[in-house]
Design a protein around this ligand. Structure first.
Ligand code: SAM
Length: 305
């Protein structure tokens, strides 16, 4: 039971079942129950929410959320844990447990995940879809980025991840953590760290600090980008050689499509000095820059209406 997910309860239950936490699956269980409150408060649970949880574990977060929402779909890769969690959750009829790897491959969620979410959303009209999870750290990035391209997108994601990853997601310009990932996430979503967590709130203790992050996809932000694929590819290419100057970064990222004079014209019109670096530009400036290269590479005159 969630109120019992303490170190002694977990270790005794594991011992009785003859199992141990599996590092390869990122099995670090929350044993500070106040943290579950921080997660659920950040999720602003509502009676008509359809929640996706990735990483059921022993079902403590699942059990805390279930009474407050329409339905929880929870996915767990480890059959041993699924058996224990099923026992914990048997009194919760509004929980669907799925037992498989949530990822078909790095770039795709398993189809059954969104099929199950869509079926539940259809069952509860006006419901909101949210991801609320203490995520397995080794697959946190593909899970978050895959959920930005599914339909429907989650209204929000409130997840526990490595602090290092959270810092990269929310990093501002000119900071060492500011990267293609920061810009990609901030260009599409409102991202906020709700709480940083020391290793001591988990059993077993992870070697790194963690953070609870809230990511809210923002359709107005997303609509500024005309071609998401082009934006993503060019963004990654821009940051591939971090220490190069902007002119060279833009030319390398667009060299199949643009000439050096075209790149110079774009930088001049946007008012960027050649000796700047991409990491000094704000998210909005990067969006404008990549959009200008996209228009120019289509044969239009850049930045002229
Ligand atoms: N929700 C529990 C809690 O807060 O105590 C457990 C969280 S633990 C950090 C992550 C869970 O994700 C583990 O139970 C692990 O077995 C599961 N997991 C790891 N990789 C997974 C994957 N690819 N698909 C589904 N579940 C996975």
């Amino acid at each position: 039971m969630s109120e019992r997910q303490t170190f002694s309860y977990l270790s005794q239950t594991f011992q009785a079942a003859g199992i141990e936490p599996k590092t390869k699956y990122g099995q670090n269980f929350l044993i500070d129950l106040n943290i579950l409150d921080v997660i659920t408060r950040g999720a602003q649970l509502r009676a008509d929410d359809v929640i996706l949880e990735i990483g059921t574990g022993m079902g403590s977060l699942t059990k805390k959320m279930a009474p407050h929402v329409a339905h929880v779909i929870t996915v767990e890769i480890d059959r041993d844990l699924q058996v224990l969690a099923a026992r914990e959750l048997e009194a919760n009829p509004n929980v669907t447990m799925l037992t498989f790897d949530v990822l078909r491959n790095k770039n795709h969620l398993r189809d059954e995940v969104m099929e199950t979410v869509c079926a539940k959303l259809a069952q509860f009209p006006n419901s909101k879809f949210k991801l609320v999870s203490n995520l397995p750290y080794n697959v946190a990035t593909p899970i978050i980025s895959n959920l930005l391209s599914v339909s429907p997108r989650p209204e929000r994601m409130v997840v526990t991840i490595q602090k290092e990853l959270a810092d990269r997601i929310v990093a501002p310009p000119s900071c060492k953590d500011y990267s293609a990932l920061s810009i990609w996430m901030q260009a599409l979503c409102d991202c906020e760290i709700l709480r940083t967590l020391p290793p001591s709130v988990f059993w077993p203790r992870p070697r790194v600090d963690s953070a609870i992050i809230r990511v809210k996809p923002n359709e107005a932000k997303r609509s500024r980008i005309q071609d998401l694929n082009y934006f993503h590819t060019t963004l990654r290419a821009l940051f591939f050689h971090r220490r190069k100057f902007l002119r060279s970064q833009v030319f390398t990222a667009t060299q199949d499509n643009l000439t050096k004079p075209q790149v110079d014209e774009i930088l001049l019109k946007l008012g960027h000095k050649e000796n700047m670096r991409a990491e000094e530009l704000t998210v909005e400036q990067i969006i404008d820059l990549i959009e200008a290269t996209r228009i120019a590479s289509q044969g239009h005159k850049p930045l002229e209406s």
